[in-house]
Design a protein around this ligand. Structure first.
Ligand code: UDP
Length: 412
């Protein structure tokens, strides 16, 4: 049934040298009156994608400041994850809504999980649409409820949104990355909190250029030749096929260029393998395109190494809730090119902290520009890193939630 996820220990104090004393002290002051508050995070998966990435840091930091925090993953089988993937796509704008039976499957698994939700819960913190019906089904099981939406709801399939809305509009608190994602009709208090990355994890800690090159070399990259990298799930919205097309256009001008597409397969994403195979066939056996996933041994350090070693990091998404991979690249002070979509422009000021592009041709042109002018890339990268430091590191994320919990407790 609902599975508890075990997370390690983290100490907020360890972040002081990266984010400054002020925000660390602000977190401690906000947490003081909240000590002992029982927070339960509920999400669809403990592996793959941005939500689990966030929770492996947020849960231990919430504990470190004195909250009693746990994280549970809902129970679901293949039919449920097919339905929720379809829902995810439709909510991000895909034309096909769920079938009647898929909606029924979604609700049925939510009911199973709702029955299983136990223990004393002060704040039930529900992530994304997969478990979103919990509040409607068992409102009495927690004193406070919060729905945390991590996806881009700015242009949803209207039929899908209309079906989901009755289950989310009643949450007393909801949190979105940006105002644009808040669906019309949300009741309760709506909060805007963009995500953040953890600078102390193996994925984001500083790696020497030699170590990064060593790791990339193990995967067959020629570390003396330029490398373009995109790190993301194999998902049409991330546009890996467009990245391959852009790489081909770059290769006409710079024949020595290479491309690495690094993507993990999430346990709640059955479409992933299909799209992985389409990406492989689009690459058409080009030896300078490396297509890697977690089953080839690509874990956090390897993602770090590819991002750190890249000459240009790309995230050419056409829809993107926020894009933790964008923050990860900025934090590594990399020349960055991102699709002008969703949460990417929030992080990338075009021409200042990276480049925004809306087509394959633009992406290729920016790659060529950056490969030809390393100083331009260094300047963008340095400013990108400072932007990430100020806005998108974990202590700020913790602080924003502590503020929300304070308003809940004050109002009670
Ligand atoms: N990621 C990873 N290995 C991979 C591909 C992705 O660890 O092979 C991580 C990536 O570094 C990032 C997260 O998965 O931290 C993806 O989050 P993002 O917000 O970019 O996209 P989402 O998958 O949530 O749409």
């Amino acid at each position: 049934m609902l599975q508890a996820v075990h997370v390690g220990h983290k100490s907020l104090a360890d972040y002081t040298h990266l984010v400054g004393r002020d925000i660390v002290e602000e977190c401690r002051a906000l947490a003081e009156p909240l000590k002992g508050l029982r927070i339960s995070h509920v999400s669809a998966t403990a592996y793959g994608g941005g939500v689990s990435e966030l929770l492996y840091t947020l849960v231990p930091l919430m504990r470190d400041v004195g909250l009693e925090c746990d994280w549970r993953v809902i129970y679901g089988q293949e039919d449920f994850f097919h339905a929720t993937k379809q829902m995810h796509n439709a909510l991000q704008g895909a034309p096909e809504d769920l079938s009647e039976s898929q909606w029924a499957t979604w609700l049925e698994y939510n009911s199973i999980n709702a029955r299983d939700l136990d223990g004393e819960i002060d704040v039930c913190f529900v992530h994304d649409p997969q478990p979103a019906a919990l509040h409607t089904l068992v409102p009495e099981k927690a004193a406070h409820w919060l729905w945390r939406c991590h996806i881009d709801l700015s242009t949803p399939n209207p039929a899908t949104m209309a079906r989901l809305l009755p289950f989310v509009e009643g949450y007393p608190h909801s949190v979105f990355h940006v105002q644009d994602y808040v669906p019309a009709g949300m009741g309760g208090s709506v909060h805007i909190v963009p995500p953040a990355i953890d600078p102390l994890t193996p994925k984001n800690m500083a790696l020497s250029p030699e170590d990064a090159a060593y790791v990339c070399d193990q995967f067959g990259v020629d570390t003396d030749r330029p490398l373009l990298v995109q790190v993301s799930r194999f998902d049409p919205w991330k546009d890996p096929l467009g990245v391959i097309d852009a790489y081909r256009a770059v290769k006409e001008r710079i024949p020595e260029v290479q491309l690495a597409l690094v993507g993990s397969m999430a346990s709640d994403d059955p479409e992933g393998w299909e799209f992985f195979n389409s990406t492989l066939s689009h690459a058409d056996g080009d030896e300078d395109i490396k297509i890697l996933n977690n089953f080839n041994g690509v874990g956090a350090i390897e993602v770090n190494a590819f991002q750190s070693h890249a000459d240009v990091v790309i995230q050419k998404s056409t829809r993107e809730g926020f894009g933790l991979t964008v923050t990860e690249a900025l934090w590594k002070a990399k020349p960055f090119i991102g699709g002008d979509a969703g949460g990417i422009p929030l992080q990338v000021q075009n021409g200042t902290t990276g480049f925004l592009v809306a087509s394959v041709q633009e992406c290729a042109a920016r790659c060529i520009e950056l490969l030809a002018d390393p100083q331009l890339g260094r300047d963008l990268g340095r400013r990108g890193k400072e932007h990430a430091r100020r806005h998108f590191l974990s202590p700020r994320y913790l602080r924003d939630y502590l503020r929300i919990f304070s308003t809940m407790v004050d109002a009670a």
